[in-house]
Write a protein that binds this ligand. Structure first.
Ligand SMILES: [Zn+2]
Length: 320
């Protein structure tokens, strides 16, 4: 089986790594690069290419007064896997599987536990309203990857916290009573944490805990039979994901959305994806001072760094 080593590196300094992707690609077009803000992954067929890349990246960074985080930089094989932006990437029998990272899942469960404990004095409705957006947010972040098992695990951990919460509230009642008071059978699911309330018109309705275990998994990237050495499916996943999240950044068919679409969701200055974790600016191609208008044709979204660069260029041309 081929091993796919991966260089993984969050940086110490939190600054834009503008141009790093292009630089890495220019040193060796066979390398795969995924970057988000100051975290990045480099993939290659062999370990040697990565060792070489690491030296070159370090050099590139040093010229800009930066360093790779020694503690977080590592070269690993895809068989061992690695975490990136809360996701674990690993080959199982040569197939890339992306899952929620274990640390994120455990931290999330602890957070749910803290939220529930902090609501010992609250009504059930308040607890559900507090937890639902948190559970929904987590499932939205992870529903594009292999998460079914994770969602089931979170469901059972959450259930345990809620059960203790309910028992604590009624130390003198028996299990059956507590169950009846806080859990309903909804859609055949006997243990749904739910309560009934009436809306403004006095109509009765159920308020239900977000059923995280039933979150539909939406796979964005077809995983190929055998992952190829430079792992395009890994890169493809992240490209699609950033684009998808970018698309939901603006309302569909809004002006900003149309501008982004007309530039193919890429920054026209550096050619990198618009949504790579950097701050965005909207730029007037013909400056307002020179009569430039606010219409779509005259506007561009640029990374903040690229925008600054563009303006300093205009200044120096003007000086000439
Ligand atoms: Zn840019």
């Amino acid at each position: 089986m081929r091993s796919v080593p991966t260089l993984l590196s969050p940086l110490l300094a939190n600054i834009g790594l503008h141009g790093l992707e292009n630089y890495i690609k220019s040193t060796n077009p066979k390398l795969g690069v995924v970057r988000y803000a100051d975290d990045f992954i480099v993939t290659a067929r062999d370990k040697g290419s990565l060792e070489k890349a690491q030296i070159q990246i370090q050099q590139w960074l040093s010229e800009r007064g930066l360093n790779l985080s020694e503690e977080k930089t590592l070269i690993t094989s895809m068989e061992d896997g690695f975490d990136f932006l809360g996701f674990n990437h690993r080959h199982y029998n040569g197939k890339l599987l992306i899952k929620p990272s274990k640390k994120k899942v455990l931290d999330f469960c602890k957070r749910i536990g803290r939220e529930i404990t902090a609501m010992n004095g609250s009504e059930q409705e308040a607890v559900i309203k507090r937890l639902n957006p948190i559970l929904r947010g987590f499932s939205n972040y992870y529903k594009g990857v292999v998460s079914k098992e994770t969602f089931g695990y979170i469901k059972s951990r959450t259930w345990r916290y809620l059960w203790s919460w309910a028992k604590r509230r009624h130390p003198n009642k028996n299990t059956k009573w507590v169950r009846k008071r806080y859990f309903k059978t909804i859609n055949g699911n006997k243990w749904t944490f739910a309560t009934t309330t009436s809306d403004r018109r006095g109509k009765q309705k159920d308020i239900i805990l977000y059923p995280i275990a039933y979150t539909p998994i939406e796979r964005h990237v077809k995983v190929k039979g055998e992952a190829s050495p430079d792992d395009p499916s890994l890169q493809e996943y992240w490209e699609k994901r950033h684009q998808k999240y970018g698309k939901s950044h603006w309302e569909k068919n809004s002006r900003n959305y149309k501008i982004a679409q007309s530039q193919n969701w890429k920054c026209p200055i550096c050619g990198e994806p618009l949504f790579n974790g950097e701050e965005l600016n909207t730029h007037h191609i013909v400056p307002v001072a020179q009569g430039g208008q606010d219409d779509i044709e005259n506007l561009q979204h640029l990374h903040h760094t690229c925008h600054k660069q563009e303006h300093s260029k205009t200044k120096s041309t003007r000086l000439k």
